[in-house]
Design a binder for this molecule. Structure first.
Ligand code: CA
Length: 231
C-alpha cells in the first residue's frame, strides 16, 4: 500500500486529496504547514510527497529544498500541487528536484493519474526472490544467505544492510544513507554502528575480511557492493 504525504494548508484541498487517494488504497498523511510537514514526514516514511507552494510560514520551495537536502527524504518523489501559475516557480520547483507539477484547480482523475505515473516511474525494479552474486546467494523471502553453498548466520540488521547494498550494487552509500534505508523505525543509531555491522558481515561472507570483495569501503564516504546480480 503506497504511502502519500500531503503538505497543504487548505483543508478542503488536502481533504479532497486524502479522500480520493484513500479510496484508491493509498495511506495518506497530512500536514498543514511546511514546518509540520518536515517534522511528520520522517516517521511517516512516504513513498510520495504532494507539496503546496503557498504555505503559511515556511514556503513550499524551501520545504522542497529541505527535503532534497536530507538523506532520509531526498529520494522520495515530490509532486508540487499549486495555484501558482508562474512558469518561474514551476521551473524552479522541477530544478530543485520535484518530479511533477499539478496545477490547481485539478480534477480527481488528473490527481489519480499523476500520482500513479510518478510512483510507477520512481518505483524500484521488482524484487527477485533470490539473487546470486559471484558465489554469494541471498534469498529474500527465507532470509537465508549462503556463500559457496554454505549457509551463514546473520543478525536481522546485518541481513538488512547486506540486502540493501546488494540490491543497489555498484553505488556508493554513506553511513547515513545506509542507516536511513535500513532502520525503518526512528531508532537512535549512531552512523558508526554501520561499521560494526559491516565488519562482522565481512567476517561471515568474505573469503579474506581484510581484503573484502563483496562490500568495499569507499574511503572517507561509506560502502559499496561490488557485484551485480547474476542473470
Ligand atoms: Ca496554499
Amino acid at each position: 500500500m503506497p504511502r502519500v504525504f500531503v503538505v497543504e494548508d487548505e483543508e478542503d484541498i488536502s481533504g479532497l486529496i486524502r479522500y480520493n487517494l484513500e479510496k484508491d488504497g493509498y495511506q495518506v498523511g497530512v500536514a498543514s504547514s511546511g514546518e509540520e510537514g518536515i517534522s511528520k514526514l520522517r516517521p511517516f516514511k512516504p513513498d510520495l510527497i504532494m507539496l503546496d507552494l503557498m504555505l503559511p510560514g515556511m514556503q513550499g520551495l524551501d520545504v522542497l529544498r529541505h527535503l532534497k537536502g536530507d538523506a532520509a527524504t531526498k529520494n522520495v518523489p515530490v509532486i508540487i500541487v499549486s495555484a501558482k501559475t508562474s512558469e518561474t516557480d514551476r521551473v524552479l520547483g522541477l530544478e530543485i528536484g520535484a518530479d511533477d507539477y499539478i496545477m490547481k484547480p485539478f480534477s480527481v482523475k488528473e490527481l489519480a493519474s499523476r500520482v500513479k505515473a510518478v510512483l510507477r516511474r520512481t518505483a524500484p525494479a521488482p524484487r527477485r526472490q533470490t539473487l546470486r552474486y559471484n558465489g554469494l546467494q541471498i534469498d529474500f523471502d527465507s532470509v537465508v544467505v549462503t556463500v559457496d553453498g554454505r549457509a551463514v548466520h546473520l543478525s536481522p540488521f546485518e541481513f538488512k544492510i547486506l540486502a540493501f547494498l546488494a540490491q543497489n550494487p555498484k553505488r556508493a552509500y554513506s553511513r547515513d544513507d545506509i542507516l536511513n534505508n535500513v532502520w525503518r523505525e526512528d531508532a537512535f543509531v549512531m552512523p558508526r554502528t554501520v561499521d560494526v555491522h559491516i565488519r562482522r558481515l565481512r567476517t561471515l561472507i568474505e573469503k579474506d575480511p581484510a581484503r573484502p570483495e563483496y562490500i568495499k569501503t569507499v574511503r572517507g564516504f561509506g560502502y559499496i557492493f561490488n557485484f551485480s546480480p547474476e542473470p
